[in-house]
Design a protein around this ligand. Structure first.
Ligand SMILES: *Cc1c(COP(=O)(O)O)cnc(C)c1O
Length: 427
């Protein structure tokens, strides 16, 4: 498998090169040159396969020029230490829980796979690898956990002071060792700006072999296609063609679903449900792509106005809007609707959803084709203050975050200046 970029300029590269360069020099994103179609035998055996066996089969064609079978088996075993269970709300409405990883959000699937891939590739590199990432919350925790104690790798995570939850901060900043948490006295945009600048600074580049762990890396996208297949398999009905609702911010998750469909996933379509940051829903209606100013919402991991992975979804539909509309619909939901949905799911099904999953549920309700599967991207504990206020009850922390509350943070506070970032990185 070779990887092209979304602009189709330049020559195709290997998986190895696509992962290490993160994106092409013109800023476009890597995509596999085709979607390898899974056999009918694979789908027959799918309900019996373990998560590791399934991810191995699905991912093998994408990496076989860069890895041996043993290496991929090791990568998926170490990356996916958790599963994606399907929970029944009614006999035509299901929740695919993607939050059973160590940081209680679905980002663990993509980030942990990327980390294991980089660890393998690092064996062929002489220089130590430095992961440099800006986070608004969930990515930082997943990066810290996934890269912790990896030999030959250091990770620097910039997060905005007081803009991430206490739980998210402990996930980023309580590990220490090779994980360096930088609490930036500024906004998420400041963090992103500093990271972008550092990637281009000649002195930093001379000293450090920099890589990013953000969602435009192809190694974060590919493993996400797997859990759609896992969701389908758990319906235990070989004739089922479910529709999927996906709470969308940067549109990586839903793009992985579209890719799974190209690989043969039986499904009748996708709903990309957004919060009031509605660039894509407006685009799908009008054909005009016009990002509006950012709106802060309670589903803050989706507060994105110019989703970087949407171009990949367009590439899969050959840049033809009407073709895209055949498989994808997109609707925006307000804060009021989100809060009401959290209530509704709890009172109807005694099930607690976080604000992102609430939007997923709202999207699922609009789908005509049954059964419907809504993807749940975070455990409600990650947004406990909001949910506890709305439902007027407390939330039981799951095992993987219980211990965190006894830890203390090890962080370095910096003002958002290039000089200070340079000092830390050259330090
Ligand atoms: C990142 C995130 C999303 C958005 O996913 P995309 O792939 O960027 O569309 C949704 N929900 C949660 C909880 C997230 O952390």
């Amino acid at each position: 498998m070779k990887y092209f970029t979304t602009t189709k300029k330049g020559s195709a590269v290997s998986f190895f090169d696509a992962v290490l360069s993160n994106m092409a020099s013109d800023g476009s994103l890597f995509m596999p040159e085709f979607a390898p179609v899974l056999s009918s035998g694979f789908f027959q055996s799918l309900p019996k396969l373990s998560f590791h066996e399934m991810t191995f089969e699905v991912l093998w064609p994408f990496v076989k020029e860069s890895f041996s079978k043993n290496t991929l088996a090791e990568v998926v075993e170490k990356a996916f230490t958790f599963d994606a269970p399907l929970v029944t709300l009614t006999n035509d409405l299901y929740v695919l829980e993607l939050f059973h990883g160590p940081t209680a959000a679905f980002k663990d699937f993509g980030v942990r796979f990327l980390a294991q891939v980089l660890l393998q590739l690092q064996q062929y590199q002489e220089k130590e690898l430095t992961i440099l990432t800006a986070t608004s919350g969930d990515t930082g925790g997943a990066v810290a956990d996934a890269f912790f104690n990896m030999p030959g790798i250091q990770a620097f995570i910039l997060y905005p002071k007081e803009k991430v939850s206490a739980l998210q901060e402990l996930q980023i900043a309580s590990l220490g060792g090779n994980i360096h948490a930088l609490e930036v006295d500024g906004s998420f945009d400041d963090c992103q700006r500093l990271v972008k600048w550092a990637f281009h600074d000649p002195e930093i580049k001379a000293k450090r072999n920099l890589s990013s762990a953000n969602s435009i890396n192809i190694a974060r996208l590919l493993p996400q296609s797997c859990y759609y297949l896992r969701g389908w398999a758990q319906l235990n009905n070989p004739n089922a063609t479910p529709s999927f609702s996906v709470p969308s911010g940067n549109f990586g998750n839903v793009t992985a679903g579209l890719l799974a469909k190209e690989m043969g996933l039986p499904c009748s379509g996708f709903m990309a449900a957004t919060n009031s940051n509605d660039t894509v829903p407006r685009y799908m209606r009008s054909g005009v792509y016009a990002p509006a100013p950012l709106r802060e919402t309670i589903s803050n991991a989706m507060d994105i106005t110019d989703p970087s992975n949407f171009v990949r979804a367009q590439t899969l539909a050959h840049n033809d809007l009407s073709q895209l509309k055949e498989t994808l619909t997109s609707i925006a939901f307000s804060e009021e609707e989100t809060r009401t949905a959290i209530h509704e799911v709890y009172s109807r099904y005694e099930y607690i959803v976080d604000p992102h999953t609430a939007i997923s549920y709202l999207g699922a309700k609009t789908l005509k084709s049954l059964p419907r599967i809504c993807l749940s991207t975070a455990h409600p504990i990650k947004f406990a203050p909001t949910i506890e206020m709305i439902l007027e009850r407390s939330i039981e922390p799951p095992q993987q975050v219980k211990d965190l509350f006894n830890k203390r943070k090890i962080t370095r506070r910096i003002k958002p200046t290039q000089v200070l970032v340079k000092e830390v990185l050259l330090g």
